[in-house]
Write a protein that binds this ligand. Structure first.
Ligand code: HEM
Length: 126
């Protein structure tokens, strides 16, 4: 199993870009997620998630310099992250991972990371 901070070496900035592009392409049409994300700033949201993943998995720290500590639970507090929303988020991310064409070594780290983090971010009852 590769270490989390080696994933950036495996997929690179272009890989994370491809992943978040595939994820956000699915957001507007999703009946739960579509209403939660800023319709006029999806490119900005895409950049923020991409920058976070690059930092989190061993790449340049630009996200931290621009946004500070990720504090993900705090930053998600304004949004109703119910169990249903978590499932929709993970379904979109799983489809994006399937599309991104990453190696098994990268997927072995990323799939459980997204699953666990999404569960950790649940902050409302359904
Ligand atoms: C569980 C379901 C989730 C929902 C419904 C959700 C929803 C949202 C929404 C609505 C935003 C605001 C979009 C914006 O940046 O303008 C956001 C931001 C963000 N989300 Fe999530 N999210 C979820 C899970 C996750 C997970 C699993 C991660 C990490 C792997 C994540 C990482 C982020 C990051 C990094 C930001 C931007 C924070 C910032 O710098 O402001 N989210 N999320």
């Amino acid at each position: 199993m590769v270490e989390e901070n080696q994933v950036y070496e495996l997929v690179g900035e272009a890989g994370f870009r491809r992943l978040v592009e595939a994820f956000y392409r699915r957001v507007p049409a999703d009946k739960v997620l579509g209403a939660m994300y800023p319709p006029d700033d999806l490119p900005g949201a895409e950049d923020r998630l991409c920058g976070f993943l690059i930092f989190r998995f061993g790449g340049p720290q630009t996200y931290i310099e621009e946004r500070g500590h990720p504090a993900l639970r705090m930053r998600h507090a304004p949004f109703a992250v119910t169990h249903e929303a978590r499932d929709h988020w993970l379904t979109a991310m799983t489809a994006a991972l399937d599309e991104a064409g990453f190696s098994d070594a990268a997927l072995e780290v990323l799939r459980p990371f997204f699953d666990n983090t999404a569960t950790f971010l649940i902050n409302r009852l359904d």
